[in-house]
Design a protein around this ligand. Sequence first.
Ligand code: CO
Length: 672
Amino acid sequence: MSDENAVKMTTMNYDKDRPTAENPVKIEDLSLRDGHQSLFATRGRTEDMIPVAEMMDEVGFWAMEVWGGATFDTMHRFLNEDPWERIRTLKRYIKKTPFSMLLRAQNLVGYRNYADDVARAFVERTAENGMDIFRTFDALNDYRNIETVVPVIKASGKHFQGCICYTMTEPRMGGEVYNIDYFVNKAKALEDMGADSICIKDMAGLIAPYDAYAIVKALKENVKPPIHLHSHFTSGMSPMSHLKAIEAGVDIIDTCMSPYAYRTSHAALEPLVMTLLGTNRDTGFDIKQLAAINEKFEKEIMPKYRHLLDDTKMSIIDINVLLHQTPGGMLSNLVNQLREMDALDKIDEVYAELPRVRKDLGQIPLVTPTSQIVGIQTVNNVLFDDENERYKMITAQVKDLCYGLYGKTAVPINPEVQKKALKGYERGEEPITCRPAEVLEPELAKAKSETEGLAVDLDDVLIYALYPVTGKKFLNWKYGKEQPPPEVRPRTLEDAKAELELLKKAKAGQLVEKSTKAAPPKGENLRTFNVFVDDDFFEVGVESLDGAPMINYVQPMAGAMPAPAMPAAARAAAPAQAPAAAPAAAKAAPPAEAAPAPAAVEGTPLNAPMPGLIIKYEKNVGDAINEGETVVILEAMKMENALPAPASGTIKAINYSSGDSVAKGDVLCVIG
Ligand code: CO
């Protein structure tokens, strides 16, 4: 430890009233954004932030990150919560500590570059709703992508924090692309743009302690704004990197409260507070107060989210991240995606393919949305490519990237991949070199007109402008035009408790297992009977087997079955009539198998190659189509996939519509 960090104070205690350090390290707490985003798929609800909000306001954080990143998407899509409302609600409880958000430059809080008018309106409304610090990054470190939002942040009188996405191509900082000069130059560029502070954004926990020291030292020598370090715990290095950065003079460090810390999240605050206690960089935080907040988290809040924690691994660090450089959230997404596609055994192939795809796409940093873009393309390559052809299924976002819509890549994109991606690309086959948003048409007026009668204010319009499909669905829930599905309802402590009880029982072997024995095929001698139990009506098939009659199947016909599946006549007749008179009515009641099956239409089916959300169909029933032409756009993990027709012909059937979720293998349409 260097001399200046030695314990200076003679009287020292845990409480806040100890003497103030000469140069306290400032702390930004990330629990309520990056913390639950990293550990619990961003599912934290506002109602679960309120119990600790006032207590956290007392800690003395430089800022609390409470919004941005994936929160906007997750809230409206999965939680049935208005994202704007969260800022306003929390502001009522957290009055002293500034709010910070993660802004993805021209991507805002989405996954593509939005037009300038949407970007301006979004930042204005965010500032107006109560945001104080705009942590702004561009996934490619192409600062032309923050040119639009920065003046709006400044004009709103808010703090512009510029980010440098930390990434590497070598095992340590250095090499041709991402060396110390690269980072110093980026910091200078941010200073020139008026950055109020500069953040080294290490989203995958790649920064090694001595590299953190070198960068912070170099930045402190070359630029004036305060330097902030954001380093995920993923690889396990971040607590050491924090300490070395502190020794190099870093101004602000990001941490989480311990229940939201570690794994792919961030190092915990408490050990850092204790580490610095009594030194000239003492945070001044009251450790007992932090313990009290943690107790509330542990008892009242965390049980509701425990089921989201990835408990498949013993280890809380992932050293593989140093090899494949995948940020935390992305890693769990990839695993989930592969699992849903029954391809979890391909994970090693995905790890091997990932650096190749990244290199092909210009050695871009891996951070949202580029981590998704590279990740999903990698999965597509592993699943769909063969020895004759690479990049068989290129996502719309990779095409956009190749066109230049995300900005300038660190090194040029592989020309062969670029050419293939841009073949027939709607904006043109020649990539652009200008600031990406310059080629985007204004979008706000269109979003306004498309939400007329639904959106009440500009905040509503922006939800739709950013997320047309799920945003519209949310607005319908918000204004009672559609019933929200049960899965968006919050989990209660009681739910969590009941589940835990069930788990205990299962572990103790007290649960009766359901029979998994398959039903035998129906034989020739099957005789059907109608059976009535009070108001419930069953059609029972009885077949003689080895001399003894056996019940072959029971088909619930009313009550247990959704009513529309049974014609009104049958429903009316069944309970009232005697069994002898019933067969005619029962015949009319269609058994479950008779539900309209997509396969009933003859032709070539287009099966969903992966689970996802239908964005839109490019064709209608009756349209002629050529093999290879796009039929439907399927969103999987935020990436849009244009699915080509498997055959030429006419569209005979379309089985879903925009906004529907589909499973792998579902028949999306039939071509005949
Ligand atoms: Co982060």
